[in-house]
Write a protein that binds this ligand. Structure first.
Ligand code: GLP
Length: 240
């Protein structure tokens, strides 16, 4: 006769935490400490940490140094994928790049401050980049990051992927974003930067990105050439 073996202790712990995350704890509530979980499930702290690492990779919890592990904001499953410019271009078989990269520290001002949930007088890092695809200008991007979260100037690193730098240097990972897309035309300065005729059509994509803690980490205006860019979404019908 075949007897079912009870699940390993780490699996019991994983299931226990999964139940806590769906049922008992609300977003931003603290999980029990690593030490108390280790005691309760008679496993090592290292085992607890591995289970929490996995949940963190899945975006279901986040950690705050010195304070503990917290429940992430819920993800909306039907939403479209949140990609960086680099990922977006690569998925189209194009090589991403950046030209005319500059950055400066400025006060947020009313609009950016409001989007980033900081005071208008707080400093932000403003990054301007002409984003290229196979070396051709595709998009003019202005990103604003709270200086409190991003204290350095970043400089040459900005020729690569901003999202990768934010994650590697500061552990800041985009979890969700609010985005609007508007039709517009290029003013003469923006048209020059993009190598397109003045007043030609463009898409303005405005994104505010949040991490799993719900902190706004980037506000960006991306102006795409209408003749080169198209918005592509995979959309699903709700079976209900
Ligand atoms: C998209 C977003 C921007 C973001 C950028 C990061 O274009 N609309 O808000 O700054 O991706 O892309 P990358 O990581 O390639 O720099």
């Amino acid at each position: 006769m075949k007897t079912e073996r009870p699940p390993a202790k780490s699996e019991q712990l994983r299931r226990h935490l999964a139940d806590l995350l769906v049922g008992e704890l609300a977003p931003h509530e603290r999980l029990p400490t690593e030490r108390s979980l280790a005691e309760e499930f008679s496993v090592s702290r290292l085992t607890v940490r591995r289970v929490l690492d996995q949940l963190e990779r899945e975006g279901r919890v986040y950690r705050v140094q010195g304070s503990g592990t917290f429940v992430s904001e819920p993800r909306i499953h039907k939403s479209v994928e949140l990609t960086s410019f680099s990922e977006d271009m690569r998925s189209r078989g194009l090589r991403p790049g950046s030209l005319e990269v500059s950055s400066e520290r400025i006060p947020a001002g009313a609009d950016i401050g409001y989007a980033l949930q900081i005071s208008p007088s707080s400093q932000v890092l403003h990054i301007r980049r002409v984003r290229t695809a196979d070396d051709e200008p595709m998009c003019l991007e202005h990103s604003y990051l709270p200086a409190e979260l991003v204290p350095d100037d970043l400089g040459p690193e900005l020729h690569g992927s901003l999202y990768e730098v934010l994650s590697a240097r500061y552990g800041l990972t985009l979890h969700r974003a609010e985005q609007t897309i508007k039709a517009t035309v290029l003013d003469p300065d923006d048209a020059r930067a993009l190598g397109a005729p003045p007043f030609s059509p463009a898409f303005l994509v405005q994104r505010t990105g949040f991490d799993a803690r719900g902190r706004a980490i980037e506000r960006a205006d991306s102006l795409y050439r209408g003749d080169r860019y198209s918005y592509q979404l995979t959309i699903y019908r709700d079976p209900q």
